[in-house]
Write a protein that binds this ligand. Structure first.
Ligand SMILES: NC(=O)c1ccc[n+]([C@@H]2O[C@H](COP(=O)([O-])OP(=O)(O)OC[C@H]3O[C@@H](n4cnc5c(N)ncnc54)[C@H](O)[C@@H]3O)[C@@H](O)[C@H]2O)c1
Length: 418
């Protein structure tokens, strides 16, 4: 156990960030952003952890992060960065060359992932071991994390799922308990264990915190919560809240607190990029629509008529447009409406949140917290175990955590070595 002096001594801390889906648009933007901050090429706009409310927390600087990850694609990071800069115009044109050496260093720490059924026929794939049993995959992925930690002398490694959205999977009794999940893995039951579960299992089993920024089902599996508690590590998810749903969770309380009755809330989304391409598959789209759909009923206290559609428009690249139409009833039964159009650059909205989540998870881990981190609810569309969806109420969970942490740091409660 370490005391508070150790908890607040940040200068020597080295935190590894292991990105699952490391060659994707979002992961590449996370790396570009952290390295741009480190080199003084950009500020911290977009980072929640840079807000005055969070300043009392002793957080590791993004500049101190060491990156690695898994992917099943072989596209070099430099190529993904070029697409983001020149094709999508998502980042400054000269940023990829300014951090080219940093990208090369991260490239050396990207390992082959686990290829699930849906990815088998895609071009440009990394050499993922074929015919490897699930048990061997779990061991290989765990070894990747341990080797990364040892090679870079890291205090810990935070694993973040930024891989393509998987389709939903029907969970059964065998996903409820850790020993049954272990039996599924030992028996090589691939149809019952999604790739996101394999990664989460490998991370948690080796004692590394795990974050799920995607709608993939990893954290729906109770056996993995049992594993996190057993290994005494924190976890959280699912599905980063960056666009239409973020606006929804800010606007819905307005109707609730003015006693205006929402009759219909229809959302139409168009997006490009790899995420758009994957979500074009109806199974994968279902997983995304599910995490986007849950927010209104809990905030309003009733379920209005609602529709969420997501369409793939390749030419948009990393850009997304959402048009929402809200039809509502006021005094004397008069019907009115509000519409908004949200035009966002997907990875630019999400990347700073990933850096925030890693900083806050690193702190939770250092403090010896284990299990879900409900104070991170405001970052997610479907926050684990939190039924509050109003953005301001969720943000309050975070500021209350800051106040608690501040008190415990002042009071001299023990931190925990990781
Ligand atoms: N605003 C946002 O960008 C945002 C918000 C919320 C959630 N997300 C989620 O983040 C994820 C990444 O988004 P993106 O825009 O970077 O997508 P992307 O298509 O650009 O990148 C996904 C990466 O995951 C890799 N991948 C696919 N299957 C894999 C597997 N089995 N193992 C390891 N890697 C695998 C792909 O090869 C690709 O490099 C998606 O699931 C998306 O829904 C993004």
């Amino acid at each position: 156990m370490r005391g508070n002096r150790e908890l607040t001594k940040m200068s020597t801390r080295r935190t590894g960030v292991w990105l699952c889906g490391a060659r994707g648009s979002l992961a590449t933007t996370v790396v570009l952003g952290a390295r741009a901050i480190a080199r003084g090429l950009c500020g911290t706009t977009g980072l929640v952890t840079a807000l005055p409310e969070l300043r009392p927390l002793p957080l590791v600087e993004p500049a101190a992060f060491v990156f690695g990850g898994w992917d099943v694609a072989s596209t070099p990071l430099s190529e993904q960065a070029r697409v983001l800069a020149l094709d999508d115009r998502a980042i400054p044109a000269d940023l990829p060359s300014a951090v080219a050496e940093d990208l090369r260093a991260v490239e050396r720490s990207i390992r082959p992932g686990y290829r699930c059924g849906a990815m088998r026929s895609r071009a440009g794939q990394a050499s993922v071991p074929a015919r490897e049993s699930l048990a061997a995959t779990v061991a290989r992925l765990g070894d990747d994390l341990d080797a990364f930690r040892a090679a870079h002398r890291l205090d810990t490694v935070i694993v973040v799922n930024l891989a393509s959205t998987e389709g939903p999977i029907t969970l059964g009794a065998e996903h409820r308990r850790l020993d049954s999940l272990r039996r599924l893995i030992q028996a090589d039951r691939r149809q019952r264990v999604a790739a996101s579960m394999v990664y989460a299992y490998a991370a948690l089993e080796r004692g590394f915190p795990y974050l799920n920024f995607t709608p993939s089902p990893a954290l729906d599996v109770e056996a993995l919560h049992e594993l996190a508690h057993k290994q005494h590590v924190p976890f959280y998810g699912s599905d980063g809240k960056t666009g239409e749903t973020l606006v929804k969770t800010v606007l819905a309380p307005l109707f609730r607190y003015r006693n205006l009755e929402v009759l219909s809330w229809e959302g139409f989304n168009i997006l490009g990029g790899g995420d758009g391409r994957v979500l074009n598959d109806p199974r994968h789209k279902r997983a995304k629509v599910r995490t986007k759909s849950g927010v209104l009923a809990t905030t309003l206290g009733y379920q209005p008529h609602t529709g969420v559609s997501i369409e793939y428009v390749p030419s948009l690249g990393n850009w997304k447009t959402a048009w929402d139409f809200v039809h509502f009833r006021g005094f004397l039964g008069t019907k009115m409406s509000i519409q908004f159009v949200w035009q966002g650059c997907d990875s630019i909205l999400a990347a700073p949140l990933v850096l925030d989540l890693v900083r806050l998870t690193d702190l939770a881990h250092r403090k010896g917290e284990a299990g879900p981190m409900p104070h991170l609810a405001c970052f997610f569309k479907d926050p684990f175990g939190v039924s509050v969806h109003s953005f301001t109420d969720q943000f309050r969970l975070l500021t209350e955590y800051v106040a608690r942490t501040r008190r415990s740091l002042k009071g001299g409660g023990p931190g925990r070595s990781t």
